[in-house]
Design a protein around this ligand. Structure first.
Ligand SMILES: Cc1cc2nc3c(=O)[nH]c(=O)nc-3n(C[C@H](O)[C@H](O)[C@H](O)COP(=O)(O)OP(=O)(O)OC[C@H]3O[C@@H](n4cnc5c(N)ncnc54)[C@H](O)[C@@H]3O)c2cc1C
Length: 364
């Protein structure tokens, strides 16, 4: 197999890179290890099945004023947006022996916006414009070998079979820590590998817990659904009701990945519901369903380093690839963005920058 540009990763960044290459009439392949597209963007229904009207187990929000490039893409794709529900009082749980404090919320600034249907709408809209034959799902890049004419990628299918894909250029649109797991021949220089390994993958140590209800009952008593807690197990809780009216609360756990793993999903979910009941009343104990997505336990997002060394990637304009690889390989995933690293906006920015670099090199 051969192509002009191979794109590693079928998250937002990889798909958007494919979209830009397609628009520029440049042959490409997007190679995605998972069976589904979207990477950290994942919207499902209450049965954990992908949905175009569901709950965002990955990102929920974007901030159009601060992220004009993403806002422009959302407009171009004609996606509908709505504001994060914030009307009503906020709760603060300071200590276990104290009743939660209740106070009036201040106006959210900047306003967090959500996508109607969920953030998967963005992935679906970008992928819809791409020829399906150009997207290889359930296919993992294992090895890259530099040749006189480009890079040969060794790709492994889910059934264990391997194939070679020769490309003139490669855009690696995945977290640097995951890219460091790929075999390179010749080896990448030590400083590059170290930098990739030290770049945290945004939100990789985290999880999201959802409780789904028949109606957003907390709103009836003047609560917004927003809560902060020093008690846990959820540290930050928000209203996650969909634009179509499916009621839900979600929270980010304040307990670490190892504690979550040792508790197990049933005990952890139970502790989350008890906390929701403390905050929002006994009705919270009777959800229609619960959802838990632990990203720290997902090897196509988190590495062992993310469990112990999380954090936010720093914006940087330093080249991500140096030495013999730099004329053939570009990083294009969110963490490599110089403006919004870690965010969906960063994925769009980094992919655009990588495609611009590749187009320049192909012209040469
Ligand atoms: C819980 C959570 C909440 C978040 N909240 C927000 C938010 O509110 N707002 C916001 O802007 N951002 C948020 N983010 C971050 C946002 O999800 C990411 O910035 C964005 O989705 C990154 O896109 P990406 O394409 O760069 O990377 P990814 O989505 O990680 O995609 C990389 C892809 O590469 C694939 N891959 C990896 N290695 C290989 C390989 N060797 N071969 C083939 N494929 C490979 C992976 O399977 C994956 O699909 C959140 C993330 C999480 C997990």
């Amino acid at each position: 197999m051969q192509t002009c540009v191979a794109v590693i990763g079928g998250g937002l960044a990889g798909l958007y890179a494919g979209w830009l290459l397609h628009a520029a009439d440049i042959d490409f392949r997007v190679i995605e290890a998972r069976e589904r597209l979207g990477g950290r963007i994942l919207t499902t229904n209450e049965s954990h099945i992908l949905s175009d009207d569901g709950f965002d187990l990955g990102p929920s929000w974007f901030w159009p004023q601060m992220q004009p490039e993403l806002a422009e893409l959302v407009r171009e794709l004609e996606l509908d947006t709505f504001a994060q529900h914030n009307d009503g009082d906020v709760l603060f749980e300071r200590m276990s022996r104290e009743t939660p404090w209740r106070y009036q919320a201040t106006q959210q600034e900047p306003q967090s916006m959500r996508l109607v249907g969920g953030t998967t709408a963005l992935v679906t809209a970008v992928a819809r414009d791409l020829p399906s034959a150009n997207i290889l799902q359930a296919t993992r890049v294992q090895q890259m070998t530099l040749t006189a004419t480009g890079i040969t990628l060794t790709i492994a299918r889910a059934d264990g079979s391997e194939e070679s894909l020769a490309a003139e250029q490669v855009i690696a649109a995945a977290p640097p820590r995951l890219l460091a797991q790929i075999g390179f021949s010749p080896l990448l220089d030590a400083a590059t590998v170290q930098r990739w390994r030290e770049t945290p993958t945004w939100m990789a140590p985290h999880a999201k817990f959802f409780a789904l209800y028949d109606r957003p009952f907390w709103r009836e008593t003047g609560l917004s659904g927003t809560a902060q807690s020093f008690v846990g197990p959820l540290g930050e809780i928000h209203d996650a009701t969909t634009a179509s009216g499916k009621a839900a609360l979600f929270g980010f756990p304040s307990v670490g990945a190892d504690t979550r793993a040792s508790l197990g999903e049933t005990a952890f979910s139970h502790a989350c519901l008890e906390q929701l009941a403390r905050l929002f009343g006994a009705e919270a104990l009777r959800p229609r369903a619960t959802l838990l997505k632990d990203w720290a336990a997902d090897p196509l997002t988190a590495t062992a380093d993310d469990r112990s060394a999380g954090g936010h990637p720093q914006p940087s304009t330093e080249p991500w690839v140096t030495g013999v690889w730099q004329e053939r390989l570009s990083l294009g995933g969110s963490e490599a963005s110089a403006t919004e690293p870690g965010y969906m906006a960063g994925a769009v920015n980094a992919a655009r920058r990588a495609v611009e670099a590749v187009v320049q090199r192909l012209k040469k």
